[in-house]
Design a protein around this ligand. Structure first.
Ligand SMILES: C[C@H](O)[C@H](O)[C@H]1CNC2=NC(N)=NC(=O)C2=N1
Length: 101
C-alpha cells in the first residue's frame, strides 16, 4: 500500500513540534535516543512501543544496548525504493511513544 509522504508545510509544523526527535543523517527519517536506568526498564519500554506499533501497523527501526534504545521512524510504504520517507504515521507513532512517559 502506498502512503503519502509529508509535504513541506507538514514537515515544518508537525516534525518540528516533536520533542527531541531529529532528522536522521542522509535519510528521510526521524530519530530519538531514550535512556533508562537499566536493561529491564529499557526492555519494558520496548514492549510498550511494540504494542503501540503493532496496533498502528507501523513499526520502528531500533537498536538497543543495555539501557539505551535508539529509535528511527520512517515509512517504507511511502518510498518506492523502500528506504523510507516521512509520513503522518511516523509523526503519530513518535507522539504516541512520547506519551508513554
Ligand atoms: C503490510 C503492512 O501493513 C505494511 O508492511 C506496514 C507494516 N509496518 C510498517 N512500518 C513502517 N515503519 N513502514 C511501513 O511502511 C510499514 N508498513
Amino acid at each position: 500500500m502506498t502512503v503519502r509522504k509529508l509535504n513541506q508545510e507538514e514537515r515544518d509544523t508537525w516534525t518540528s513540534a516533536l520533542d527531541g526527535w531529529d532528522m536522521a543523517d542522509g535519510r528521510d527519517a526521524i530519530e530519538k535516543t531514550f535512556e533508562f536506568g537499566d536493561f529491564v526498564e529499557a526492555w519494558g519500554f520496548m514492549s510498550r512501543v511494540a504494542i503501540l506499533a503493532e496496533k498502528a501497523d507501523h513499526h520502528p527501526e531500533w537498536f538497543n544496548v543495555y539501557n539505551r534504545v535508539e529509535i528511527t521512524l520512517t515509512t517504507h510504504d511511502a518510498d518506492p525504493d523502500n528506504g523510507g520517507a516521512l509520513s503522518k504515521r511516523d509523526v503519530e507513532l513518535a507522539n504516541a511513544i512520547d506519551a508513554l512517559g
